[in-house]
Write a protein of this length. Structure first.
Lengths: 150, 534
């Protein structure tokens, strides 16, 4: 047995020995027997050598990410998916305006407009009070807020 | 429509508007609680700096404040009005290029026009309405071509006036009416107390929504109508002359009429007895036109009456009427006469007098002229005269003299401030003769002149000034005293008199008094520096 083999065999034995602490001596003898058998077949030689050599870094290509930016409005549909009947379903942050699509999109409904006017009647500001705001959570689940008419 | 989330999620309440109201002086606004704050001082000519016009939106919501809020407002000096003031050309402290028109839909528009003296004989001007007062939204404006009628300024010629101009003078609460003053200029330095005086009035009216507005220009007062009328009422005098007729047979006789016998004669006394009243006046000079809170147009007129009541009876003659040849001519003529001359300047609103300013001079004269035999032979003239002149306003003058004077004569007044005679003789003279400048004595018995000048403090405040011009080389500067009484659309108001040192004694008017009338509170203020209600 080469020196390296011995060291490896010894190390594995010690490791297994530690992990098999408390096991029966029979297990230990059987494990030792399996190691000895594998060593005889030469299966662990390459691994043992590689363990002594620093492995070279392998270049890997990053996964492609879709570009961020405005997307054309698109309509989509999905079948209603009933929430899990666990009774503990919640809203996952963040909430994003819009029922679907990439990023936030306007998804608001308004009450009829009202006009705010200064006391002297000379300055005015037209306002549509918010009626409904549709958002989706991090799981894509819709979150709808409905507001009372002021 | 704005869609700002923060605003939409908020509970909508009224935009409160501008709570800062009061008198602006020296760039500081004094609030009702006495606190001051920086505020833009309205600009323009001296009278424009205090001019005001009510802006009243028919549907202004106003603000309902709780008692607690009212207490807070009072403590902070805030007032939330349901109306506003066009102060000079400013609204909320910002200059506007025109006036505000509130159309039947309640929409507000800034109105500008090309109307000017270029259209004095008629033509076409433009009136432009630009949307005002809406936060956000697209700009919106409409321009209309409007036919301008002849403004009727051809006659009469106005004495001493130079150029003319057309100036916006006042606007109605909704801006549906704007009255313009057509004025003529008196350029000399001593006329600066009222350089541009009215000679006509023109109105621009607007009707309908801004996008479909009907604009019209009409002449309210032609020149002749604006200047009003003049008149003079004379009184009959009676000749009271004495002639010494040299008789052909020698000697002479005293006769009352100029001899026509062919004999030589000398007029000893020339006199016209006058017992009666003479009166000159100008009436209805339209010095302002303005709108009331309801939008009705009113006119302020200035009228002047000069009346002189004369009590100058025939002289009393004592002495012979016939003289022998070589008999010295002798005789005594005495006169006791008096004259009371009164000037009354009256401002009237729609024909109803608001206030009159009165000045008078009473002059009493006792005079005698005696032809008597002199110490060296022949006839000498001995004259005595006692004069008392009382000037109101002003002082008194008295004189008492007696002595031989070979050039002595009798008759006449002493200072002759006869106001009837100084009134304009025709309407074209009225703008230049609204002021009077009689001989006068001040309280220190210094002779001089007193300029009595009606003044326009602002478009809604009119008064009168006295410019004292004594003949006193020791005097530092002339001074102008502004009378306590002014008139406003609300009537006559009494204010503290103001004395202003003119900084010279060269008859150059340099320093004004400024006044403003608040169309909301009805207050009137006057000061030696510009003031304006906002």
């Amino acid at each position: 047995m080469a020196l390296g083999d011995a060291r490896r065999a010894g190390g594995q034995a010690l490791e297994q020995g530690r992990r098999a602490a408390g096991r029966a001596l029979e297990d230990a003898r059987r494990a030792g027997g399996q190691q000895m058998e594998a060593a005889r077949r030469g299966e662990a030689v390459a691994e043992d050598i590689n363990s002594l050599v620093r492995p070279q870094r392998q270049a890997r290509t990053l996964p492609r990410v879709a570009p961020v930016g405005p997307l054309p409005a698109q309509r989509s549909s999905a079948d209603y998916k009933a929430p899990a009947a666990t009774g503990t379903a919640g809203i996952a942050s963040p909430l994003i305006e819009g029922s679907a699509g990439e990023g936030a999109t306007l998804a608001r409904e308004y009450y009829a407009g009202i006009t705010l006017t200064s006391s002297d009647g000379l300055i005015s500001l037209d306002v549509e009070p918010l009626k409904k705001l549709t958002m989706r959570d991090a799981n894509g689940e819709p979150v709808v807020m409905e507001f009372a008419q002021p | 429509m704005t869609d700002a989330l923060s605003l939409n999620l908020s509970r909508p309440t009224a935009l409160r508007g501008n709570p800062f109201h009061g008198l602006v002086k020296g760039g500081q606004l004094t609030l009702p609680n006495g606190a001051t704050m920086a505020y833009p001082q309205p600009g323009g000519e001296h009278w424009q700096q205090g001019s005001t016009a009510l802006i009243k939106h028919p549907n202004a919501p106003g603000i309902t404040r709780t008692p607690e809020q009212q207490a807070e407002d009072a403590a902070a000096g805030l007032e939330w009005w349901d109306r506003a003031i066009l102060s000079g050309s400013q609204l909320y402290g910002k200059e506007l290029p025109g006036w505000i028109y509130i159309d039947p839909n309640g929409d507000r528009w800034i109105v500008t026009t090309t109307l000017s003296t270029a259209h004095i004989s008629g033509g076409v001007c433009t009136v432009t309405l630009a949307r005002f007062g809406v936060l956000g939204g697209e700009p919106e404006s409409y321009t209309y071509s409007v036919t301008v009628p002849n403004m009727g300024q051809a006659t009469p010629a106005i004495s001493l006036a130079k150029g003319n101009r057309l100036t916006r003078f006042h606007t109605s609460p909704t801006g549906a009416g704007a009255v313009f003053e057509l004025s003529v200029e008196f350029q000399d330095a001593y006329w600066r107390w009222w350089s541009w005086r009215p000679a006509g009035w023109v109105e621009v009216t607007l009707e309908g929504p801004g996008a479909e507005c009907v604009a019209e220009v009409s002449v309210l007062k032609t020149r002749m109508q604006a200047l009003g009328s003049t008149s003079y009422t004379d009184a009959d005098s009676v000749p009271d002359d004495y002639y010494l007729e040299n008789l052909a047979a020698g000697g002479a006789r005293l006769v009352r009429e100029q001899p026509t016998t062919g004999n030589t004669w000398t007029r000893i006394i020339g006199h016209s007895s006058l017992i009666g009243v003479t009166e000159g006046k100008f009436s209805g000079y339209v010095v302002a036109m303005f709108y009331d809170d309801g939008g009705a147009l009113h006119e302020l007129t200035l009228s002047g009456v000069g009346t002189t009541e004369s009590n100058d009876p025939p002289y009393t003659h004592t002495g012979p009427t016939e003289f022998e040849a070589n008999e010295p001519f002798t005789g005594l003529w005495t006169s006791s006469r008096s004259t009371v001359s009164t000037l009354t300047l009256t401002y009237a609103l729609d024909g109803v007098a608001l206030h009159s300013y009165e000045f008078s001079v009473t002059e009493t004269i006792s005079e005698s002229l005696e032809y008597r035999q002199g110490a060296t032979g022949g006839t000498e003239k001995f004259k005595s005269v006692d004069v008392l002149s009382v000037f109101t306003t002003g002082g008194t003058y008295s004189l008492s003299t007696a002595g031989v004077d070979p050039n002595a004569s009798m008759g006449g007044g002493f200072w002759n401030p006869w106001f009837d005679f100084s009134m304009p003789g025709q309407p074209g003279q009225t703008p230049s003769r609204i002021s009077q400048s009689p001989f006068w004595f001040d309280q220190n018995n210094v002779p001089g002149r007193l300029d009595i000048n009606p003044v326009r403090h602002s478009n809604l405040v009119f008064g009168l000034l006295l410019w004292e011009l004594p003949n006193n080389d020791q005097l530092a500067n002339y001074r102008v005293i502004y009378d306590t009484a002014v008139v406003t659309p609300a009537g006559a108001v009494t204010l503290p008199a103001i004395e202003i040192d003119q900084g010279n004694k060269t008859y150059v008017f340099e320093h004004h008094a400024y006044a403003s009338h608040c169309p909301v509170t009805g207050q009137t203020a006057r000061d030696s520096e510009p003031v304006c209600y906002v």
